[in-house]
Design a protein around this ligand. Structure first.
Ligand code: PSV
Ligand code: MN
Ligand code: MN
Length: 401
């Protein structure tokens, strides 16, 4: 890009705009089914008219996000929240609406049996139940035509001495190995980590290092999921991204924003600069290319905001961060880094970050035949009023059902 006039896009820039546009056109983000249900905090869950009542309606809402952004062609399911009798029919329903079912998320945290954990539970019968659930999830995955099983273990302890830290690691390793052994060659386990909650003393998969250790022991078909909300304040997340990319073990993101803990807010809302720094590592490693296997997913639970617009905003935030990362003048950065030009190198990055990429993204959308302003277009579509009128009776889905 032209460094003499920061924040502008020039046709003769070193980074060609056509290449940037091509990369943006190809980028996709997976949306979570659970974003469309009612959510909230332990203090209050606010409901809204038109909230989906089942996985079919959740997928219909997800399809709206894709219709207006052109960038969200996959929906993750959470099992058993999204349990249906006929998964084949659910997959067809998704396809009819222009999307497909993506990652299958297991759930071993909402059953009374899991009070002391799932794969790490001291009781072998509970561990066997947790393994069996994952094997069931593999069947769901195959029925809907997906290849990724995402595992987040809520396992941990609340008090020193409550259980053996080492024994719990061994049990998790054994359980994961059983699940891994059931994978077909084109399938993956994606192992997510989270530093605390629901337990507060130890968490059994608290960090990327622990997730990576388990993945390395399992084999090439096991990779780490990085949820941007699952770190202590001040953690350098782009460092983790760079390290996992080096090792070929970054399987996916769960994108969201945190101010305090696992806030599950719109990605890029709290710290758009962090999102840019993450995407800079992705672009630098060539990991926008789907061949590298990084799945860009959202993991959000909208609390008071409207859900479909909330998802759209996340997608456009990811696109803006990606566009800025693509605009980084890699050659100029390389020269500055090699010559030890500390501030020059930082300048190159900041020039890209400070560029207003919204006109470029509007252009990309127009060239796709989309409205340049997805949020406005969705609001004007009347979809929200229509489903509010149609979805009468029944029980609205909530986070967890
Ligand atoms: C746990 O906090 C988590 O990030 C996992 O990805 C779960 O599947 C998801 O949230 C549920 O909202
Ligand atoms: Mn997550
Ligand atoms: Mn989370």
């Amino acid at each position: 890009m032209d460094r003499s006039t920061p924040g502008t896009l020039r046709k003769d820039a070193v980074v060609t705009i056509e290449a940037v546009k091509r990369a943006l056109l190809a980028q996709t983000v997976e949306v979570p089914s659970w974003a469309y249900g009612n959510s909230g905090t332990r203090f209050k869950v606010f409901t809204t008219p038109g909230t989906p009542r089942d996985p079919w309606e959740k997928i219909a809402d997800a399809a709206q996000v894709n219709a207006f952004t052109g960038a969200a062609p996959r929906v993750s399911l959470h099992v058993p929240w999204d349990e249906v009798e006929d998964y084949d029919a659910l997959a067809t329903h998704a396809r009819d609406l222009g999307v497909r079912i993506g990652t299958i998320n297991s759930n071993v945290f909402q059953d009374d049996d899991y009070r002391l954990g799932s794969l790490a539970n001291p009781d072998p019968a509970v561990r066997a139940k947790a393994v069996a659930h994952h094997l069931d999830c593999l069947e769901v995955m195959r029925a809907v035509g997906s290849t990724d099983l995402k595992i987040w273990l809520a396992d941990g302890t609340n008090y020193p001495g409550q259980d053996s830290i080492r024994a719990r690691q061994d049990r998790i390793a054994d359980g994961l190995a059983e699940i891994y052994a059931a994978l077909r060659p084109d399938e993956r386990i994606l192992l997510e980590y989270k530093f605390f909650e629901p337990f507060f003393y130890t968490t059994d998969v608290p960090d990327w290092g622990t997730s990576l250790v388990h993945c390395l022991a399992l084999g090439d078909q096991a990779q780490v999921v990085l949820d941007t909300g699952h770190h202590a304040p001040g953690t350098n997340i782009e460092f983790i991204v760079a390290q996992l990319l080096r090792l070929g073990r970054l399987g996916a993101f769960d994108f969201n924003s945190r101010f305090y803990a696992d806030d599950d807010l719109i990605v890029g809302a709290a710290d758009p600069f962090q999102l840019f720094r993450i995407m800079h590592e992705i672009v630098g490693a060539g990991a926008l290319d789907p061949a590298l296997g990084v799945n860009f997913m959202l993991d959000q639970c909208h609390n008071i905001e409207e859900k479909i617009p909330g998802q759209i905003r996340s997608i456009t935030n990811v696109q803006e961060a990606t566009a800025k990362a693509l605009l980084v003048d890699a050659d100029a950065l390389d020269v500055a880094q090699r010559s030890g030009d500390v501030l020059g190198a930082n300048d190159v990055l900041m020039d890209a970050y400070n560029t207003d990429v919204r006109p470029l993204l509007a252009q990309v959308r127009q060239e796709q035949g989309l409205d340049p302003h997805p949020l406005r277009a969705f609001a004007a579509s009347g979809y929200a009023d229509r489903v509010a009128a149609e979805r009468v009776g029944g029980t609205q889905a909530g986070w967890g059902a």
